[in-house]
Design a protein around this ligand. Structure first.
Ligand code: SF4
Length: 679
C-alpha cells in the first residue's frame, strides 16, 4: 500500500516497479538504479558515434541513447550497433525519437529500446490553444492509437523496450488545452500512450516526466506514481532526469535537486543527468547520485496514522511568522558558516561577496552575499556591513557590545534552561533524531512555538536525514508551530561533485515541498580540511576557471544560492536553460553557452535558453524569457518567450544580436558597478 506516492514518507524504501528487460539489462523490480547518457555526435557519423559511445560505456553508462531524427539515422543505428559489437561492446542502445513514427518503427527492429515523446510522436505542436470537445478529444486519442499501435507491435515482436518520455516543454496542444503545462498534463500525456500499450498487452515500458524546473518534475513523477497505482494497481519503472539543466555546478545542483529528491523517496530505476558538457562527464555525476542509496537501510520510524499535514502534489510554502528578515514572506536567508577559520579578517567577507572600500568607507554587497555569518567566536574586531548579522555561541554573544547585530545560537536543551536569551532573535538547534516522536518532544516544540523570538534550526544525524527533517516539518504543521526554520546540512563527502549532490538532495527536497526559511550548509572538519587542501574539481576536472581555487566557504555560499535559485525560492542571478546537445545540434553548444554566460551573467532573474536545434529547442525551452536556437548551419533564431523575433541570424553576430534583443526588451543593465563585477 503506497503512502501517497512512495513506499514510505518517513524512511528510505525503493518503490516496487515491474521488471523490464532492455537487451541483457534488467530494470525495475529492485534491480540497481541504472545510469545512462546520450551521444552528441551526428548519428550519420558512425565512427564518431561509436567512439563517443565507447567513452560513455567506459565511464559507466549502462545504456547509450542516440538520436534518430529521420529514417536514415534510424537505419544507421545498425552500423553503429554492429561496429560496437565488433569492438566487444554489447551495451543496450536506445533510439531517441521525436516527430517521426517511421524512424521509430525502423529503430525498434535494430536497437534494444526506443524513446518516444508523447507530446510530439503524433501531434505537431502549433502553440494553438484550441478548445477540444469530449468527442474531438476522443477522436484524437483514436488517431494516436492508430499511429502508435504499429510501433508497439514491432516492439512486442522484437522484444524491444520503450520509454514513454514526457517533456514539460513539449506537451501537445491537445494536452495543453485541457490541462495546461501542469504536472497532471504531463502525466496524462504519458498515460494515454501507456493505456494503449497495456491494451495490446505490451509491458516492456519505462516512463519519464522531465522538466527543467525541478519542482514541476518532482510533482509530475509523484502524480504519475499515484496515478499508475490507482489505475493499474502497479507501477512501471521510472527514468529520472532534469532537462536543460546547464553545465558546471548549476547543472549538477539542479539535477541533484530534481533527481535526488525522488531517489530519496525510493522513486527512480534509471537516471540520466543532462549536462551541457561532453556526455562522458555526466556519468560520474550519475554514479555519485546513485551510490548514496547503495545498501541504505531505512529509518525505523512508526508510520501508522501518519498524516503528513501538507499536500505533496502542489507547492505551498509553509506559513511562518517573520522574525526580522527570516520567515514570513521573506525569501529564504543564507547563513554562511565561517566558524572553521582560525581568525576572521575583513578579507574573509570579500570571499562571501562583501567588499570594503577604505577610500569611500563603503561596503559593496553582491547578490550572492549571505544574510548571516556563523562565526562561533567572540565579537569581530572590525565594523561590519549594515545588513550583515553574526550568529555565535551564547557565551560569546553575552560579551558582545551590540546584541542585535550579534545573535546567539543554542541547542534545544541549552535553550530550555538558559537564563540569558536575546529579546530579538534566538536560534535554536533541533536534531531530528527521534525514531518516533515522544510526548516530551512535542511539548518542547510547542513551547518553542509560543516563543516569538525563536528561529528553529533543523538538522538530522539520522540515517535518512531528509525524511527525518521532513517528518519534523510535518509535526510543526500538525501542531501549528509557526516559527521560521533554517535548514542545517553538513556534508562529510570528499569531492566537489559529492558535496554539491549532497547539499542539493538534502535541502532541495525540503525546499521543493515548501519547507525552509533559510539554509546553512557546512562541512565536517575532515571534509573541510580535505576540500581546502585539494584542488576543486567537477567530474575530475578543475572547474573554477577564474580564481583556480575556491575556499570551502566560497564554495558553500555559492552552492546555497544556486540551490535557492534552482528551487526558485530566491533568484540571485541569470538562469540558463541549455540543452545537453545531441546529433541534431547545429552549433558548438558548450562554447556558445560559455560566451553567452560571460556577457549576461549579471542579469539577475532573466532566463535565457540556449538550444541546439529548432526542431525541439523552442518546445523544450520551457519558460525561458529569451531563446537562442540553432535554425540551420551557421544560423540562429532568437526568441522573446515563444515569439520569434529575429530569424536565421548569422551565428557570427548572433550573440551581439541577443544582447541587442535584451536591450530592446528592457532586460539589460550595464556592467558598470562593482556589484556586478563580483559575480
Ligand atoms: S534541443 Fe538540443 S538536445 Fe534537444 S534535440 Fe535539439 S539539439 Fe538535441
Amino acid at each position: 500500500m503506497l503512502q501517497l506516492y512512495t513506499e514510505s514518507i518517513t524512511s528510505y524504501k525503493r518503490l516496487k516497479t515491474r521488471e523490464v528487460r532492455i537487451g541483457d539489462l534488467l530494470i525495475g523490480n529492485g534491480h540497481p538504479i541504472r545510469i545512462q547518457t546520450m551521444t552528441t555526435t551526428d548519428t550519420m557519423d558512425t565512427l564518431a558515434t561509436v567512439e563517443q559511445s565507447i567513452r560513455c560505456i567506459e565511464a559507466g553508462a549502462e545504456m547509450v541513447r542516440i538520436t534518430a531524427p529521420s529514417k536514415k539515422e534510424a537505419e544507421n543505428l545498425q552500423n553503429i550497433k554492429d561496429e560496437l559489437k565488433r569492438r566487444g561492446y554489447n551495451t543496450p542502445l536506445v533510439a531517441d525519437i521525436h516527430f517521426t513514427p517511421n524512424a521509430a518503427e525502423i529503430a525498434a527492429r535494430i536497437v534494444e529500446k526506443v524513446r518516444v515523446n508523447p507530446g510530439n510522436y503524433v501531434d505537431k505542436k502549433k502553440f494553438e490553444q484550441i478548445e477540444y470537445t469530449d468527442a474531438e478529444y476522443l477522436e484524437e486519442i483514436e488517431r494516436i492509437r492508430e499511429r502508435f499501435t504499429p510501433l508497439v507491435l514491432i516492439c512486442k515482436e522484437h522484444g524491444t523496450a520503450m520509454r514513454i518520455g514526457t517533456n514539460h516543454g513539449s506537451l501537445s496542444d491537445r494536452i495543453m488545452s485541457r490541462y495546461g503545462d501542469t504536472p497532471i498534463g504531463m502525466v496524462e500525456s504519458a498515460m494515454e500512450f501507456l493505456r494503449i500499450c497495456r491494451s495490446l498487452d505490451y509491458h516492456n515500458i519505462i516512463l519519464s516526466m522531465k522538466a527543467s524546473n525541478p519542482q514541476v518534475m518532482v510533482q509530475a513523477y509523484r502524480v504519475l506514481v499515484s496515478k499508475m497505482e490507482e489505475e493499474f494497481g502497479e507501477c512501471y519503472p521510472l527514468h529520472l532526469g532534469v532537462t536543460e539543466a546547464g553545465d558546471g555546478e548549476d547543472g549538477r545542483i539542479k539535477s541533484a535537486i530534481g533527481i535526488g529528491s525522488l531517489l530519496e523517496d525510493g522513486i527512480g530505476d534509471t537516471i540520466r543527468v543532462s549536462l551541457t558538457e561532453d556526455p562522458e562527464f555526466e556519468l560520474p555525476v550519475c554514479r555519485d547520485l546513485v551510490k548514496r542509496y547503495n545498501g541504505v537501510a531505512g529509518n525505523k520510524q512508526s508510520i501508522e496514522d501518519f498524516n503528513i499535514g501538507y499536500d505533496p502534489f502542489h507547492y505551498n510554502r509553509r506559513q511562518s511568522f517573520a522574525l526580522d528578515n527570516i520567515g514570513g514572506n521573506h525569501v529564504p536567508v543564507v547563513v554562511a558558516d565561517i566558524s572553521k577559520r582560525a581568525t576572521i579578517e575583513p578579507f574573509d567577507l570579500k570571499d562571501l561577496g562583501y567588499s570594503y572600500n577604505a577610500v569611500t568607507d563603503k561596503w559593496t554587497i553582491a547578490d550572492t552575499a549571505p544574510d548571516f555569518i556563523f562565526t562561533g567566536k567572540e565579537e569581530l574586531p572590525f565594523a561590519l556591513p549594515g545588513t550583515l548579522k553574526v550568529i555565535t555561541w551564547p557565551g560569546y554573544w553575552e560579551t558582545c557590545s551590540d546584541q542585535q547585530k550579534y545573535l546567539p545560537i543554542f541547542s534545544l536543551e541549552e535553550y530550555s534552561v538558559a537564563t540569558k536569551k536575546s529579546s530579538f532573535i534566538n536560534f535554536v538547534m533541533v536534531d531530528c533524531m527521534n525514531e518516533a516522536l515522544q510526548l516530551e518532544d512535542i511539548e518542547q516544540l510547542q513551547a518553542l512555538g509560543e516563543d516569538k523570538t525563536a528561529v528553529i534550526c533543523l538538522s538530522s544525524t539520522n540515517k535518512n536525514a531528509m525524511q527525518s527533517v521532513r517528518r519534523m516539518f510535518s509535526e510543526l504543521l500538525k501542531h501549528e508551530i509557526h516559527n521560521p526554520v533554517i535548514l542545517i546540512t553538513d556534508s562529510n563527502w570528499q569531492t566537489a561533485d559529492e558535496h554539491l549532490i549532497h547539499y542539493g538532495t538534502e535541502t532541495g527536497a525540503l525546499l521543493l515541498d515548501g519547507f525552509g526559511d533559510g539554509l546553512c550548509l557546512g562541512m565536517t572538519q575532515t571534509a573541510y580540511d580535505h576540500f581546502n587542501a585539494s584542488e576543486t574539481t567537477l567530474s575530475g576536472r578543475r572547474y573554477n576557471k577564474t580564481s583556480g581555487k575556491e575556499t570551502a566557504e566560497q564554495f558553500i555560499n555559492h552552492t546555497a544560492f544556486i540551490i535557492l535559485q534552482a528551487t526558485r525560492t530566491r533568484i540571485s542571478k541569470t538562469e540558463y536553460i541549455s540543452c545537453p546537445s545531441c546529433g541534431r545540434t547545429l552549433f558548438e553548444l558548450q562554447e556558445t553557452t560559455a560566451k553567452i554566460r560571460a556577457r549576461t551573467n549579471h542579469l539577475k532573474g532573466v532566463k535565457i535558453a540556449i538550444m541546439g536545434c529548432i526542431v525541439n529547442g523552442p518546445g523544450e525551452m520551457a519558460d525561458a524569457d529569451f531563446g537562442y536556437v540553432g535554425s540551420g548551419v551557421g544560423k540562429i533564431t532568437l526568441y522573446r518567450g515563444k515569439e520569434v523575433v529575429k530569424r536565421n541570424v548569422d551565428s557570427e553576430i548572433a550573440v551581439d544580436e541577443l544582447i541587442n534583443l535584451l536591450k530592446e526588451s528592457n532586460a539589460w543593465v550595464d556592467v558598470d558597478s562593482p556589484v556586478a563585477e563580483l559575480h
